[in-house]
Design a protein around this ligand. Structure first.
Ligand SMILES: *Cc1c(COP(=O)(O)O)cnc(C)c1O
Ligand code: SF4
Length: 349
C-alpha cells in the first residue's frame, strides 16, 4: 500500500505521513515557509520511515539545517541573473540557451541550486514565451535549447508539444534538450503521448534525468525511462554530489551502473552549488575528485560522468575532476597516472 495517494506539501502533511517527527514541526514549518516543499506518492514510498539519514529522505524531507545560511552561499549561486536577456531565457554560452517555462517541480530537492526561485506558481506567460522564442529565432548561433526550470514536464502535453513545434520551426535550432526529474518522482507522467509531444517537429530531442541514488531508479522509474528511449529519445544523467546521499564510491558506482543498465549515459556529476542553507550537503572538491578516481578503472568507461563545478557569478561549468597527467622530472616528459595511482613516463613530443 502507498504511504500517500496525494503529493505531500508542508510540514503537517509530512508529520501525518510519519516522514518527520511531530516535535520537529515548529522548526520544519519555518523551513517550509522559506523553501518549497513537495513529495510525490512515488517518492514517499521510497523513503524509509523514521530514518532522517535515509538517502531518499535526506534529499526531499526538510531539515532544520536549511535555516543555517553561510556567508559564502548565494541566492543565485550559478549566476543565472547575469545572463538573462529576456524573461525565461538564460544565455550563458554562445551555442545554447536555457528556456525556463515554469518554476514548479513535482518534488522539491532540499539542495536545489534554484531554491530561491523554484515553487513560484507563475509559468512563463504566452507573451513572454513569444518574446523568448523571438530572441532564439533572432540569433543564428543558438544550436540547442534546453528546457529547464523548475521541471518542464509538470506542463501539459499540449503546452510541451506547442513549445517543441515552435522551436522546431526555427531552422538553426537543431537540438531540444529537457532537464527533468519526472521519470523518478512521477513515473506515470511519462506516457507515449508525452514522448510524442517532446519530439514534435522532428528535431533531435534528448532527455537528461536528474537522479542521485540507485534507489530512485525503481522499477516504475526504469520503465518510464524505457518509454522515452524506445520512442527514440536518447537519455543522459545528471547527479549532484551530496554528503550522506552518494558520497562514497560504492553508492556512486551503483548509481552509474544503474543508469547504464537503463540505457542512460552518465553525463554530469555536479559539485553541490552554494545555494543558501545547503552546507550540510556539500563535500569538498577534493572528496569529489577522490570519488572520481575511485570510479575510473573500476567501473566501465560508460559509467564515468564528468565532475563539474558551476562557477559562482555566472561564468559557467568547468570540469574539476582529477588530473592524470603530471610533469615528470625530465623537461618535456610527462608522467601519466594509471587507475591504480602508479605513474608511467610518456615521451616528449
Ligand atoms: C548548465 C547550463 C547549460 C548546459 O551546459 P552543458 O555543459 O551543455 O550541459 C546551458 N546553459 C546554461 C545557462 C547552463 O547553466
Ligand atoms: S528537480 Fe531540479 S529544479 Fe526542481 S527542486 Fe530539484 S534540483 Fe531544483
Amino acid at each position: 500500500m502507498r504511504v500517500t495517494e496525494k503529493t505531500l506539501r508542508g510540514a503537517a502533511d509530512l508529520a501525518d505521513a510519519r516522514l518527520i517527527a511531530r516535535e520537529k514541526l515548529p522548526d520544519l514549518e519555518r523551513v517550509a515557509a522559506r523553501y518549497a516543499v513537495a513529495i510525490t506518492p512515488t517518492v514517499a514510498d521510497l523513503i524509509a520511515p523514521d530514518n532522517p539519514a535515509d538517502a531518499i529522505a535526506r534529499q526531499f524531507v526538510p531539515d532544520a539545517a536549511e535555516l543555517e545560511a553561510h556567508s559564502e552561499e548565494r541566492a543565485d549561486p550559478i549566476g543565472d541573473a547575469a545572463h538573462a536577456p529576456v524573461e525565461g531565457v538564460v544565455h550563458r554560452y554562445p551555442d545554447r540557451v536555457l528556456l525556463k517555462l515554469t518554476h514548479i517541480c513535482a518534488t522539491y530537492c532540499r539542495f536545489c541550486f534554484r531554491r530561491e526561485t523554484v515553487g513560484a506558481p507563475t509559468a512563463l506567460s504566452r507573451r513572454a514565451l513569444t518574446d523568448a522564442l523571438d530572441y532564439i529565432a533572432g540569433r543564428a548561433e543558438i544550436w540547442e535549447v534546453i528546457l529547464s526550470g523548475g521541471d518542464p514536464l509538470v506542463l501539459s502535453d499540449r503546452r510541451l508539444r506547442e513549445v517543441a513545434s515552435r522551436l522546431a520551426a526555427i531552422p538553426h535550432v537543431k537540438i531540444l534538450r529537457v532537464h527533468t526529474r519526472m521519470p523518478v518522482v512521477d513515473p506515470e507522467r511519462i506516457t507515449p503521448a508525452l514522448a510524442r509531444a517532446l519530439k514534435a517537429g522532428g528535431k533531435a530531442t534528448y532527455v537528461v534525468l536528474h537522479a542521485n541514488h540507485v534507489r530512485e531508479l525503481s522499477a516504475p522509474a526504469r520503465d518510464a525511462c524505457a518509454r522515452l528511449i524506445d520512442a527514440g529519445i536518447p537519455m543522459l544523467s545528471q547527479t549532484v554530489l551530496l554528503r550522506g546521499v552518494n558520497d562514497d564510491a560504492q553508492t556512486l558506482g551503483d548509481l552509474m551502473r544503474a543508469f547504464v543498465e537503463c540505457r542512460i549515459k552518465p553525463y554530469y556529476l555536479h559539485h553541490c552549488d552554494l545555494a543558501p542553507g545547503t552546507s550540510h550537503f556539500r563535500t569538498t572538491i577534493r572528496e569529489g575528485q577522490d570519488l572520481m578516481r575511485a570510479l575510473r578503472g573500476r567501473y566501465s568507461g560508460l559509467c564515468q560522468p564528468a565532475y563539474v563545478l558551476d562557477i559562482p557569478g555566472g561564468y559557467g561549468k568547468s570540469p574539476v575532476g582529477p588530473n592524470y597527467l603530471h610533469e615528470a622530472r625530465r623537461p618535456g616528459q610527462h608522467a601519466v597516472e594509471d587507475f591504480l595511482g602508479r605513474c608511467h613516463a610518456y615521451p616528449p613530443a
